[in-house]
Design a protein around this ligand. Structure first.
Ligand code: ADP
Length: 254
């Protein structure tokens, strides 16, 4: 019995260690690529000082790669903070109408740029205020919505639906958030890996879109920290649907 327990502990530790090595090697690769672009473009710029057109093009590319690098670094740091259990969720009063207004304000320019339609609806939400971590809730919505926008072609439709379910626990609400798009969809194969760090679907359309493959891993971690669940349903070429269910403490005041 003891030997078996030891064997299992060893296996778990070995797998965790492998995952860490894998994470590090992917991260090194993902950092090196934009860094090479920055250095390469700087050299080209230096050799093109008399050509303003070319110079501008180099600076554009340098900005894009730098932004990508910064996003990657921010997400890796956030990811490691979350994974090591070093963050505590804050407890503050969160008003859904206000939170969603902010989220919509942030999404609007992205949606307008792609001429997409955005629909938001709430059903049976009896308690608009809860006690939770506002920043982390916002991060969940933003990650899911920005993906829906990114991976849906021009003219598509994105929607966010909120529902408050009957809760069995006094003072606690059960909320369901459904984010739907009619974009490129996710293959059955990739679905199994979508929440793994650095995973991106192997698809020529995906590789053209900027991303780190960390957003879903971070979102999954936050949802789990909040004792919730996240589920994906998708059909390749038709669209995707993410369902987040969260138990949230209700605010004392109605
Ligand atoms: P990324 O930075 O690549 O967007 P994420 O972790 O947010 O990373 O998502 C991981 C991958 O999951 C994406 O690269 C994409 O392949 C797939 N994906 C996520 N959301 C969607 C969606 N709404 N529609 C289609 N594919 C998606």
């Amino acid at each position: 019995k003891a030997k078996q327990a030891l064997q299992e502990a060893y296996e778990t530790a070995r797998r965790a260690n492998l995952a860490k090595s894998d994470f590090l090697s992917r991260m090194s690769h993902d950092i090196r690529t934009p860094m090479h672009a920055v250095i390469g473009m700087t050299t080209i710029a230096e050799n093109s000082l008399s050509d303003p057109e070319k110079l501008r093009d180099c600076l554009d590319k340098i900005r894009i790669s730098s932004n990508h690098l910064l996003q990657l670094i921010n997400e890796v740091l956030d990811m490691s903070k979350i994974e090591s259990g070093k963050i505590d969720l804050t407890c503050e009063t969160v008003s859904f109408p206000e939170l969603l207004q902010d989220v919509m304000d942030m999404c609007r320019p992205l949606i307008a740029e792609k001429h997409q339609e955005f629909m938001i609806s709430a059903a049976q939400v009896k308690h608009e205020k809860v006690v939770s971590d506002r920043g982390r809730l916002q991060q969940i919505f933003m990650n899911l919505l920005s993906n829906a926008i990114k991976y849906t072609p021009e003219g598509g439709t994105i929607s966010l639906r909120i529902r408050e379910m009957a809760s069995v626990v006094e003072g606690r609400g059960q909320y369901e958030f459904v984010i739907t798009d009619n974009g490129i969809g996710i293959s059955e194969e990739f679905k199994a890996h979508i929440f793994e760090p650095f995973s991106r679907a192997e698809d020529s359309r995906i590789s053209k879109i900027q991303g780190t493959g960390l957003g879903m891993a971070i979102t999954d971690n936050i949802v789990r920290m909040m004792n919730g669940t996240i589920e994906v349903e998708s059909t390749l070429g038709e669209g995707s649907q993410f369902v987040v269910s969260l138990p949230l403490d209700l605010c004392e005041e109605e």
